[in-house]
Design a protein around this ligand. Structure first.
Ligand SMILES: *Cc1c(COP(=O)(O)O)cnc(C)c1O
Length: 423
């Protein structure tokens, strides 16, 4: 039996209807921005394997750091114990995070980072004997697939089986250009009508919604409204973190600081599953008490796994090299050129760029859904051409590893241009 035949027999894939889905591609090797399948066909990974891989696949620098850690201290429980990789990770993050972030909490993936933030927001007010149980979130948000993260996510066909079983969430419109006031008004209304504990948002770019972008000034205003009303703010930087937007964090564009930040995806350079939620001292203080019941009773078996921490430290080293910063600027300039080239095409509705993120909305005959026929047609076309891109409905986005060469980028662009002509 081939790999893919055995896969069909044993495996259940994410976001997949196995009855109608295509056979998965068996990847046997990866290096830099390239993947190779079992038939030695080459693919350009133009979405950094779901946004996790900024420094290229099979990165030797990170691999060496992981190996060294694996053969020194691979893991130790974090309840009652600590270790240097965890402490160093906290120190390094505090140097680069917004200044008000003072405490870090480890977990395993983006959803758990969000789950922790939402639980902390709710328990913060519980500990203060204040009844605040509602979370505010954007329409079409994506914050993950665990229960609280799912409740805060607005993509309804992901979550329709679970409606009615969620924590209380009120949704407000995203302040995209021209619609800022509606968003501000909705936030003020939500705070007036409900006992709001927190507001969670993807800063500046909503990834899973199709790289929907909005301005830092709008987010500043929303955070200000929250602060005036003692509503805790949670910046979900799981996708945007570590250079994707052109700055280390999307919140670096925003003058107001959030109360909590969620990190994962590129945190370990796309190597080891790990996540971090960060907090202000004020939040930590609300749990700091002689009363044990005020503690945060949340944890995961692999909390602060030293190997993961070693990968974080190596990744931050790589991100901070002048070479990597130049790569981010190079890709951004290249995206802006490509945007200029195609934005007036008759089949292009709109194109947008922030940092290394580029998205183009393609005109379609009929209204297409996320899993519509246009999406499948585009996806298959890209795969056939050896380019990994996963359109969201009629939106094609690029989020390349920062080390992608100009040549590889050029191939991604021309493939997208061909696709626009084809659909
Ligand atoms: C991917 C993502 C998550 C969920 O992360 P997982 O590791 O898939 O659980 C949460 N928030 C945002 C903004 C994401 O992009």
């Amino acid at each position: 039996m081939s790999l893919t035949e055995k896969d069909r027999q044993y495996l259940w894939h994410p976001y997949t209807q196995h009855k109608t889905s295509q056979t998965p591609i068996a990847i046997t090797k990866a290096e830099g921005a390239l993947l190779w399948d079992e038939n030695n066909k080459e693919y350009i990974d133009a979405i950094a394997s779901w946004w996790v891989n900024p420094f290229g696949h099979s990165n030797k620098f990170i691999a060496d750091a992981i190996y060294k850690q694996l053969t020194t201290l691979e893991h130790v429980l974090f309840g009652g114990f600590t270790h240097e990789p965890a402490v160093k990770t906290a120190e390094r993050l505090m140097e680069i995070l917004p200044k008000n972030q003072q405490k870090i909490f480890f977990s395993d993936n983006g959803s758990t980072a969000v789950e922790v933030a939402i639980k902390v927001a709710l328990q913060y007010f519980f500990n203060k004997n204040e009844k605040r149980t509602t979370i505010i979130a954007f329409e079409n948000a994506f914050h993950g697939d665990t229960f609280a993260a799912m409740a805060a996510s607005g993509i309804s066909f992901y979550t329709q089986a679970f409606q009615g079983m969620f924590i209380d969430v009120v949704r407000i419109p995203v302040p995209i250009k021209g619609q800022e006031q509606a968003s501000f008004d909705a936030l003020e209304n939500a705070i007036k009508k409900h006992n709001c504990a927190g507001f969670i948002f993807e800063p500046l770019v909503q990834g899973a919604a199709g790289m929907v972008m909005y301005e830092p000034e709008a987010l500043e205003k929303l955070i200000k409204i929250c602060k005036e009303n003692q509503v805790l703010t949670i910046a979900d930087e799981v996708m945007t973190g570590f250079g994707k937007t052109g700055k280390t964090f999307a919140m670096d564009y925003v003058l107001e600081e959030p109360d909590m930040i969620c990190l994962s995806k590129a945190l370990t350079g796309g190597t080891i599953p790990m996540a971090i939620t960060t907090f202000t001292q004020d939040i930590f203080n609300a749990f700091y008490d002689d009363d044990i019941n005020k503690a945060l009773f949340h944890g995961h078996t692999f909390t602060a796994n030293p190997t993961g921490c070693a990968a974080v430290l190596a990744s931050i080293d790589l991100l901070q090299t002048p070479k990597m910063q130049q790569n981010i600027e190079r890709i951004n300039a290249s995206h802006l050129n490509f945007q200029k080239k195609i934005e007036n095409h008759s089949k292009v509705i709109t194109a947008r760029t922030l940092g290394v993120i580029f998205a183009v909305e393609i005109k379609s005959e009929s209204e297409e859904s996320y899993y519509g026929s246009m999406r499948t047609k585009l996806y298959n076309f890209f795969i056939d051409k050896g380019v990994v891109l996963r359109p969201v409905g009629n939106i094609v986005y690029i989020l390349p590893p920062y080390i992608m060469t100009d040549e590889q980028l050029h191939k991604v662009y021309t493939t997208i241009e061909e696709a626009i002509e084809m659909v």
